[in-house]
Ligand binder design. Structure first.
Ligand SMILES: Cc1ncc(COP(=O)(O)O)c(C=O)c1O
Length: 383
């Protein structure tokens, strides 16, 4: 059977590759300290689970793309509390089935695969779905290599690249580096996008996982031509619920809603009810943040103590570490000898950017982090 050739160009999805490594270790009877996939193990708060259960009806009918008003209102209230931004829940907020599908589908909104100006800019290293969504929509992937502080400076892109671009992705806090863009970075990005009539989409799924000060949102500095993606996966420990939000420019939201009726992208009403409960409560998000902060401190203290360089890692639950010999793949393989599973930077990059780093996701619990540190120690004692 002839398949879509674009599909065949895509490398193995990073979580599949990392899961294989974990399964190989487990079947060899080894203990695995899993800092690989960003899917933490802390339980979803009871009140969220109870709300989900209470909202399963006798007859579960089709949900609508725009979702019940309750989820949109709960998110608008959250945006007001957390960001000081007033959003109209009728016209500026849409629920998604997690942010991954929203990332994947976004290029379909603004990319014409037959047009010369079909560029999709995204951070590299970065979340691999920016690239995958662009390729499968027939867009022209334009990875923007990051290094140093891992801040994406869209305003430094050549003007001929910007002229060919329809969609710019930014991601702050950034996966895999944990770098955070400042308000002025966000504003400069938006100004460039406006000048070139580019849709700016800010992936903010780690916005509530921070340690020193809350990261800013694009919605605090801009509205026209802008969307922001939010997620309950990281904020509320709800990866399996598949629940996110897209919010922003009402004209773009209307177009997105129309697009999403075609595949019928609509989270279940009982998931939206649980999501409304989660967005309405900040205490559980704070408790999770503090717990991630403890794990992060432990790990960073150890890594820096053995002489490694931790880069960016300001927010999100990722710790981004420079490989001692500049080879992230070799360093990840060395850590694996101690049973410590990480993602080498090469898993996130289309260009050579970030290949000299390794990402630790703060997945194991505190005891697991302590045990992993003891397992790693001999690797550095011997060095
Ligand atoms: C940067 C980034 N965006 C989006 C997602 C998808 O998150 P969700 O669980 O909301 O689909 C992830 C997941 O790890 C991510 O790292």
């Amino acid at each position: 059977m002839r398949l879509n050739p674009n599909l065949l160009t895509l490398p193995t999805y990073p979580t599949i590759a990392i899961d294989r490594k974990r399964d190989d270790l487990l079947s060899a009877g080894r203990t695995v300290y899993d800092f690989g996939t960003g899917d933490p193990i802390e339980p979803t708060p009871d009140f969220i689970r109870a709300t989900l259960r209470a909202n399963i009806p006798d007859n579960c009918r089709y949900p609508t793309v725009r979702g019940e008003p309750g989820i949109r209102r709960a998110f608008a209230d959250y945006a007001h509390r957390r960001l000081g931004v007033a959003l109209d829940p009728e016209t500026q907020v849409l629920p998604t089935s997690g942010s991954k599908e929203a990332v994947f589908h976004m290029p379909l909104l603004c990319v014409d695969p037959r047009a010369p100006d079909r560029g999709v800019v995204y951070p590299d290293p970065g979340y691999s779905v920016y690239h995958r969504g662009a390729v499968l929509a027939g867009g022209q992937p334009c990875p923007q290599p990051l290094s140093g502080d891992y801040i994406q400076r869209v305003w430094e892109l050549p003007r001929d690249v910007l002229r060919q671009t329809r969609l710019v992705w930014i991601n702050s806090p950034h996966n895999p580096s944990g770098a955070v863009m400042s308000r002025s970075d966000l504003l400069r990005t938006w100004e460039v996008c406006r000048e070139h009539d580019i849709l700016l989409v800010s992936d903010e799924c780690y916005l509530d996982v921070w340690f020193d000060e809350p990261p800013p949102s694009i919605l605090q500095v801009a509205s026209e031509g802008v969307l922001a993606l939010f997620s309950l996966s990281k904020r509320s420990g709800m990866t399996g619920y598949r629940s996110g939000i897209v919010a922003g420019d009402p004209k773009v939201i209307t177009a997105l809603r129309t697009l999403r009726t075609n595949p019928g992208l609509a989270p279940q009403d009982f998931v939206n009810a649980a999501a409304a409960a989660a967005w309405s409560d900040d205490d559980h998000a704070t408790a999770r943040r503090l717990l991630f902060g403890e794990k992060r401190r432990l790990l960073i203290d150890f890594l820096e103590g053995v002489g490694l360089e931790v880069t960016a890692s300001t927010a999100s639950f990722y710790v981004w570490v420079k490989a001692p010999d500049g080879d992230g793949d070799a360093f990840a393989a060395r850590l694996l000898q101690a049973g410590v599973l990480t993602n080498p930077g090469s898993f996130f990059a289309v260009t050579p950017a970030g290949r000299d780093h390794v990402r630790f996701a703060l997945v194991p619990d505190l005891e697991g982090c302590k045990a992993a540190i003891e397992a790693m120690r001999p690797l550095f004692d011997a060095a």
